[in-house]
Design a protein around this ligand. Structure first.
Ligand code: NAG
Ligand code: NAG
Ligand code: FE2
Length: 439
């Protein structure tokens, strides 16, 4: 009798300990993993390293590389597999870097395309069929975000987690291949990301690993990056591939360049002012900005590196009521509260560092102590972020770290758009006509 009454209690205790309040083991953060090198073993005319990017309203740019220098820059596409009602011709380029000579790099703009539609396409008049889905023209829209990707086994794990759940557009705040002047690594990176970058638009901005300046011989830098990863800078009235903007559903995204001029006399500064001045908040209630070196950072790595740019440009973003700033560079995750000029500010952007894609340099494990009051969450793990914009007022941000094979939600927060926040929306009294509004 005693045992029979004890047993259920023991079972309860067992379940309580194991399920109700699990004792989490301290998770030891893993070291970097080895590079994955993807070689090419098909014919010279075979389209490789296929990736796509948004190229102005209703257009997509398809980019790929062929060893064959004479391969045609043509994309055939349609909404039924194997049937290509549309075709477009573009252009190609190539470059040299010391003894390395790139393949032919093709860029073709296709469209106009319908929103939320799957298109099937092939490159160069033959080869394998690919497909992508265009983003929606209205809310909801979902972004996947990861910076500092590299091409290691951790990169592959992060990308697998990105691909395991649907999304519309991938955002990369700088540091792509970590080729670091070894040009064949750019090709290997292109092959590694192709399964993801050929199916959803990849919108990237440059990090320090894209610079690849060599004194006197290649003083301008960005030779490989600008040839391979053409972004819609002309479509957004920018004169440089190093900064641009685009709209998707009701979101205006500004991709800034941390490694080109940004002072008040610079082209980037003037372009940014004009770009933000032209945003119609009725059409795009949300504004996000991406940079590489974070303006806010309490990790011991890269302290202060984004400070000159912050001092130069923070005011423009603040006055435009940018909702969110995503940065990379620091190989860890950190979320700040809404900030402006180093202080919490209800009308400033939320700053996020998400430089934890999985590159070969490994994690930035040391944070400053104590944590500054404006830093809300920080953790040194590999992973990726999700930004789900539900409507004009509400978005949800979550960060998912790679616990070995699994992707675990480690941080999340609801965001309300500044354009809908009456203390921050300077036009609120002009645009609101709801009788329920309290003035
Ligand atoms: C060709 O490359 C693919 C992908 O890198 C690899 O899986 C395959 O084994 C290679 N084939 C040969 C014959 O080397
Ligand atoms: C916006 O989305 C949020 C989250 O789904 C929801 O709670 C809210 O009611 C929506 N607002 C409108 C105006 O639809
Ligand atoms: Fe970096």
């Amino acid at each position: 009798m005693e045992i029979s009454s004890l047993l259920p209690n023991l079972l309860c205790l067992f379940f309580f300990l194991h399920f109700a309040s699990p004792v989490l083991p301290e998770y030891t953060r893993p070291p970097p993993r080895p590079l994955i090198l993807r070689s090419h073993n098909q014919s010279d005319s075979h389209p490789q390293q296929v990736h796509i990017s948004l190229a102005g309203k209703d257009y997509m740019r398809v980019s790929w590389i062929t060893s064959d220098k004479k391969a045609r820059s043509v994309v055939e596409y349609g909404t039924t597999p194997g049937k290509y009602g549309g075709a477009a011709t573009g252009e190609s380029t190539s470059y040299h870097y010391f003894f390395y000579s790139s393949g032919e790099i093709h860029h073709v703009k296709i469209g106009p395309l319908k929103p939320t539609t799957t298109y099937y396409y092939r490159c160069g008049g033959g080869g394998q069929e690919f497909s992508f889905r265009t983003p929606p023209s209205t809310f909801p829209v979902e972004f996947a975000v990861a910076g500092d990707l590299g091409q290691t086994e951790w990169t592959e794990s992060t990308l697998a987690h990105v691909g395991a759940r649907d999304y519309d557009v991938f955002l990369l705040p700088g540091d792509l291949s970590y080729a670091d002047t070894q040009q064949p690594l750019w090709d290997s990176f292109g092959r590694l990301v192709e399964p993801y970058a050929s199916t959803r638009p990849w919108m990237v901005t440059e990090g320090n690993h894209e610079i690849e300046i060599f004194p006197i011989i290649y003083p301008q830098g960005f030779k490989a990056y600008n040839a391979r990863w053409v972004m819609p800078y002309q479509e957004s009235k920018s004169t440089s591939n190093l900064y641009y903007s685009f709209d998707v559903a009701g979101v205006h995204v500004v991709m800034l360049g941390s490694y080109t001029d940004f002072d008040s006399n610079s082209d980037q500064y003037k372009w940014l002012q004009a770009d933000l001045a032209s945003v119609d908040r009725a059409k795009t209630p949300w504004i996000f900005a991406l940079i590489h070196a974070p303006w806010y950072n309490s990790n011991s790595a890269h302290t202060g590196e984004g400070e000159t740019m912050r001092v130069a440009m923070e005011d423009i973003l603040y006055r435009a009521r940018v909702d969110l700033v995503l940065a990379g560079h620091v190989h860890a995750y950190e979320r700040f509260t809404r900030v402006y000029d180093n202080k919490a500010d209800q009308c400033g952007p939320v700053h996020l560092t998400i430089g934890d894609g999985g590159n070969r340099e490994g994690l930035a494990l040391m944070f400053e102590n104590p944590s500054p009051s404006i830093s809300m969450f920080r953790e040194a793990s590999f992973g990726h972020g999700r930004l789900r914009v539900f409507n004009a007022t509400h978005a949800h941000w979550s960060w998912h770290h790679n616990n070995d094979a699994d992707s675990i939600t480690a941080d999340e927060i609801w965001l309300e758009s500044l354009s809908s926040s009456s203390p921050c929306n300077d036009d609120a009294t002009v645009t609101s006509n709801s009788p329920n509004d309290e003035l």
